[in-house]
Write a new protein. Structure first.
Length: 136
């Protein structure tokens, strides 16, 4: 988990810099509080998902897949709720809140997927199944 965190810190720093720069663009200034909340949420969820995925991947790959799909679905639902709450509480006429949200969502999704594939290869869960092909 330590190596994952050491790779997550620079990555999340780059995403934070992108958000910081976006904050200077007048179109996005009013939605930056929403963007930083999403950033903190996805940073936390990435750590939690990786931890539970790491634990389940060591036992059964099917358990890992269950955790992985539940995590993706939970993030999707939580994201939708967060966007709906923001949209309802702010009088936004445009879609200016979607750009920072999409940058955060897809960046963390991409990073997490790469890290889980790396973990799977390290543990050895990507080996092809062994079929008994001997004819009787």
């Amino acid at each position: 988990m330590g190596k994952f965190v050491l790779r997550l810190l620079p990555f999340s720093g780059v995403v934070a810099i992108v958000l910081f720069i976006l904050g200077f663009v007048s179109v996005f200034k009013e939605v930056m509080m929403f963007a930083w909340i999403c950033y903190a949420l996805f940073l936390s969820l990435t750590l939690i998902t990786y931890y539970f995925s790491m634990k389940t991947m060591q036992h059964k790959f099917s358990s890992f897949m269950n955790v992985f799909f539940v995590a993706i679905f939970s993030k999707l639902i939580l994201s939708a709720i967060l966007v709906l709450i923001f949209k309802a509480s702010h009088d936004t006429t445009g879609l200016n809140y979607i750009v920072p949200f999409a940058i955060i969502y897809f960046s963390f999704l991409f990073f997490e997927t790469i890290e889980l594939v790396r973990l799977s290869r390290k543990i050895g869960n990507n080996a092809p199944p062994k079929n008994d092909t001997t004819a009787k």
